[in-house]
Design a binder for this molecule. Structure first.
Ligand code: MG
Length: 264
């Protein structure tokens, strides 16, 4: 009987233990480890702030745009131009089409993650820079080139995914005209003090999931037939898309502002 009572007590204690853990009384990590160099946190510190929870989105297919992650600012979901200044662009079949001047977002941004999808016209017209030309301008100033470069050659610093006039993409990852393509961008703004560049801009670009630029340092604002050079501007700017006379289509545009994303 005595043995049975002890066994019961042990079993009860074992049953209670997970409850204590669930209440968060069990430490998540360690406080008796060295500090991470340069930081206030110990190695494996359980008190270090937990990363925010974000529900990931879904990838696009040729038929359907994907869904953005839960904390994204959606600039275009295929239905309306309420987040855009130029109401002259046509919205059709879930896409906005480059027509009648530059398209410019209403909201301005600093450092961002940007997702944008585009397709060059199915009807192939023109050659070189004349075929499916548009562009995504970070801060409305720095052009990430959009061009139909599927079996269409042009000068390398002007092809699809080029930082126009400065850097060709690492590779040509273009899909066929009429097929949806993705740009995923991490953008770090330049900063200025008076006329001086304190920190240049940096850009990372994936085209259809393929790396084109790995935190590339920009040389300045985009120019045509002139070297890029910085001129000071505000700390934030819009996303804009170029109308180059070709009916390039865009869909599924979202951003995630990156300010405050540095881990403490
Ligand atoms: Mg262009």
């Amino acid at each position: 009987m005595q043995f049975s009572l002890i066994t019961s007590l042990v079993l009860m204690a074992a049953a209670a233990f997970p409850l204590v853990a669930e209440e968060g009384k069990k430490p998540l990590g360690y406080q008796d480890t060295p500090l991470v160099p340069g930081l206030q946190w110990h190695v494996h510190d359980g008190e270090r702030p937990q990363p925010r929870v974000v529900t990931p989105g879904t990838f696009s297919t040729q038929d359907q745009p994907g869904k953005p992650p839960s904390d994204a600012i959606v600039l275009f979901d295929g239905t309306d131009l309420s987040k855009w200044q130029n109401q002259g662009w046509k919205v059709e079949d879930g896409a906005m089409i480059a027509t009648k001047g530059q398209q410019v977002s209403v909201e301005k941004f600093g450092d961002i993650q940007l997702h944008i999808e585009w397709t060059s016209p199915t009807e192939i017209k023109g050659t070189g820079q004349g075929r499916g030309n548009s562009g995504v301008f970070l801060m409305g100033i720095y052009e990430l080139q959009v061009l139909d470069c599927f079996e269409n050659q042009t000068y390398p610093d002007g092809q699809a995914g080029a930082i126009y006039g400065s850097y060709p993409p690492l590779v040509n990852a273009c899909r066929k005209p009429g097929e949806w393509q993705t740009y995923d961008v991490v953008w770090e703004c330049p900063t200025f003090e008076g006329d001086k560049v304190v920190k240049p801009a940096f850009i990372t670009v994936f085209h259809n999931g393929v790396l084109l630029h790995n935190r590339k340092e920009l040389l300045g604002r985009t120019n045509h037939k002139k070297a890029a050079a910085y001129t000071p501007h505000e700390a934030t700017g819009p996303i804009s898309m170029q109308d180059h006379g070709n009916p390039v289509r865009y869909r599924n545009i979202w951003v995630r502002p990156l300010k405050g994303y540095d881990q403490p």
